[in-house]
Every structure is written in structure tokens, then in C-alpha cells.
Design a protein around this ligand. Structure first.
Ligand code: KIV
Ligand code: ZN
Length: 388
């Protein structure tokens, strides 16, 4: 596969993820997460917002000093002081990136920045030049690009690339985009901006409408080659696009998308659990990829299918994302085949009559108890054999 088929994974768990109310992390916790991200082979780790506080500066610096295999990035507004602080924190990095941003939507420019569009372009260019004078790797983001006018985006992005930005990020800051429309926006930018080939186009989607992953995938189909995302979809308000979902969608549908990432997927579950444990944000059981039920089969028909051929009801291998195995949970919907197979795994081999009797007991118990565990099975087999 050529390098243009590779989607760069930019993880912002430690910056945008930390913007989830209640998810703040200590510097030591951030470093542990950064090490898990490095092990996952994340390309870029956004470690924080160096100017935000002395603690954030120290965390970005510690991560820049320790992480060697991923690029370490700090966010900065399009202001000299922010950019200088980011550069200072990143000084020890093997590979550092300054990520500078300014808002480009009419509502943000008018009400938040109180600036004219031409002034915004001027400030963006000045910030990118300043960042490039301190760091060879500069990313520029058009905040609220999802609600910005395409003509204005073309102008500011062309100017940012001329000033030295090598990654151009198109955030859907408020999660407003719809997949086909967001894909069309990315395609139009790539086509209309004359120097677009000098930068990698990136997307950063928020999940206010539950579309962050779908929008990110529509963007890569249209030509974006960096996706910004977070472990467990942590992030401001409804969160960001989830790293595990993006990565596994690209891997599982490689046949269709013809793209790949560098992520070492068997480490995904460990990273998810680490982030959940540190932030105290539980992962919902039915969360794709990392939820407790993501590879669990409950109904008898499904269990029977999976026992006959795993791919009847599984599109990924549980082990490919770090689960030890898939799970056939035994409950009232389970069939005889799943029951017998679980007994065999426990080393219990029953004759046809004993199996019938034990299965009848199992169904009685399953009506009273939601999930039947191995200890329940052992007990009911003992009781059955004692009665035979
Ligand atoms: O959502 C957003 O626009 C951001 C930018 C700072 C990239 O997080
Ligand atoms: Zn964001």
C-alpha cells in the first residue's frame, strides 16, 4: 500500500478528552496514558495546551521528554505567547508539533473574536509563521470549520499553507455536520485550494449528533489523511470521534476503503480500560469495540451460528482488539449447543440423557437468573448427576 493510503491517527484524549467535564487528569496519569498511546502506535499525541496552566505545561513537557515513537503536540491559540509556551514545552521532543488554531465561522468571528475576516487571516498567517520559526511541524486548525463558509476556508487555508502549515485540520467543532455533506466539503477544499497538495488534510469531529465517526470516515473517503480522535470517544460535551471505532472501521472495511492505519490494534482494549479507570468514565456495555458486550452473544440462534462458524455473527476477531476471546453468555435465550460447548470447555462431558436433564435444569434456572456463570453450571451438573 502506498503511503497516501495511510490515515494518520492523531489522538487528543489528553487535550480535548480532558475537556470532558470531570475528566481532568494529573500529570502522572497523563504520562501513563501517553505511554499506552505510544504502545498503540498512535502517530501524533496531543499532550495538552501548554499555556493553559503550569500543570498542563509540565504534563506536555514530561510527555515530550519521555515519548520517543509518537509525535508529541501542544495546542496553542494563534497568539505569540501561546506558541512560545508550546515550543518551550516541546523542546525535549524527538518529534514535536505545534497546533495553532483560530475560529473561522461567521458566528465565532463576529461574536467571540470580534474580528473582521481579513484580520482573522492576517492573525492566522502570523501565528503559523511564528510557529514555523520555532518548530518544523506545524498544524493549523480552522475552529468551527463545520459552520464556516467554504470560500473563506479556501482563502485562509491557502494562506496558512503558504505560511508553512503542513497539516490543515478541519474541525466540526460543534458536531453539526452530516456525513455526505462533510465529505463534500473536504473534497471541495482539496480540489479548490491551489496548494492543497503541500499539506495533509485532517478532520476533528465532535459527537453532538452522534455522527463524529461517520463524519470522519466520510472525510477520509473524500481525501482527508489524518483523523483526530480520542480513546472511548472522550471529549468536550458529547465527545470526539472514538479512536477505536475509526481504526477498526478502517481495518475491518479495508476491502471497501482501501486505507490503513499504523495502530497496533490488540492494545486497544488496554488503552480503553486505562483511560476509563483514570477518568472514572465507565464504558457503556454496548459500546462498539471496547464495551463488555461488544463480542458477547446472547441469543441461542446467534450462539449456535457462532459455534458453527464465528463469522456468522462477528465481523472482527475479539483478539484483534485485545479481548481474550469472544463470549457466549449463557442465559434464557441460549440453546443446547452453546450449553454443551461451555460444559465441554469446563471439562464436563455428559451423555445424551444427562445432557437433556442438565439442560432442562439450566433453562429453569435461566428463567430466574439473568446470567448463568460457570459456578452455576458446575452446581447444576452436580445436582443432575446426583439425581440420575
Ligand atoms: O473542536 C475544535 O475545534 C478543537 C480545535 C481546537 C481543534 O478542539
Ligand atoms: Zn475539539
Amino acid at each position: 500500500m502506498s503511503s497516501s493510503d495511510r490515515v494518520i491517527i492523531f489522538d487528543t484524549t489528553l487535550r480535548d478528552g480532558e475537556q470532558s467535564p470531570g475528566a481532568s487528569m494529573t500529570g502522572e496519569e497523563k504520562l501513563r496514558i501517553a505511554k499506552a498511546l505510544e504502545r498503540l502506535k498512535v502517530d501524533v499525541i496531543e499532550a495538552g495546551f501548554a499555556i493553559a496552566s503550569p500543570g498542563d505545561f509540565a504534563a506536555v513537557k514530561a510527555i515530550a521528554d519521555h515519548i520517543k515513537d509518537s509525535t508529541v503536540c501542544s495546542l496553542s491559540r494563534a497568539l505569540d505567547a501561546d506558541i512560545e509556551r508550546a515550543a518551550e514545552a516541546l523542546a525535549g521532543a524527538n518529534s514535536g508539533r505545534i497546533h495553532t488554531f483560530i475560529a473561522t465561522s461567521p458566528i465565532h468571528m463576529q461574536h467571540k473574536l470580534r474580528m473582521q475576516p481579513d484580520q482573522v487571516i492576517e492573525q492566522a498567517v502570523k501565528a503559523v509563521r511564528k510557529a514555523r520559526s520555532l518548530c518544523g511541524d506545524v498544524e493549523f486548525s480552522c475552529e468551527d470549520a463545520g459552520r464556516s463558509e467554504i470560500d473563506f476556508l479556501c482563502r485562509i487555508i491557502e494562506a496558512a499553507i503558504d505560511a508553512g502549515a503542513r497539516t490543515i485540520n478541519i474541525p466540526d467543532t460543534v458536531g453539526y455536520a452530516i456525513p455526505h455533506q462533510f465529505g463534500e466539503t473536504i473534497a471541495a477544499l482539496l480540489q479548490r485550494i491551489p496548494n492543497a497538495d503541500k499539506a495533509v488534510f485532517s478532520v476533528h469531529c465532535h459527537n453532538d449528533l452522534g455522527l463524529a465517526v461517520a463524519n470522519s470516515l466520510a472525510a477520509v473517503v473524500a481525501g482527508a489523511r489524518q483523523v483526530e480522535c480520542t480513546i472511548n470517544g472522550l471529549g468536550e460535551r458529547a465527545g470526539n470521534a472514538s479512536l477505536e471505532e475509526i481504526v477498526m472501521a478502517i481495518k475491518t472495511r479495508q476491502d471497501l476503503l482501501q486505507l490503513h492505519t499504523n495502530i497496533d490494534t490488540p492494545h486497544i482494549l488496554a488503552a480503553s480500560r486505562l483511560v476509563s479507570g483514570i477518568t472514572g468514565f465507565p464504558v457503556q456495555p454496548n459500546k462498539a469495540i471496547v464495551g463488555a458486550n461488544a463480542f458477547a452473544h446472547e441469543s441461542g440462534i446467534h450462539q449456535d451460528g457462532v459455534l458453527k462458524h464465528r463469522e456468522t455473527y462477528e465481523i472482527m476477531r475479539a483478539q484483534d482488539v485485545g479481548w481474550h476471546t469472544n463470549k457466549l453468555s449463557l442465559g434464557k435465550l441460549s440453546g443446547r449447543n452453546a450449553f454443551r460447548s461451555r460444559l465441554e470447555e469446563l471439562g464436563i462431558l455428559l451423555g445424551a440423557e444427562e445432557l437433556n436433564a442438565a439442560f432442562a435444569r439450566f433453562k429453569d434456572l435461566a428463567d430466574k437468573k439473568h446470567e448463568i456463570f460457570d459456578e452455576d453450571l458446575q452446581a447444576l451438573v452436580t445436582d443432575t448427576l446426583a439425581e440420575e
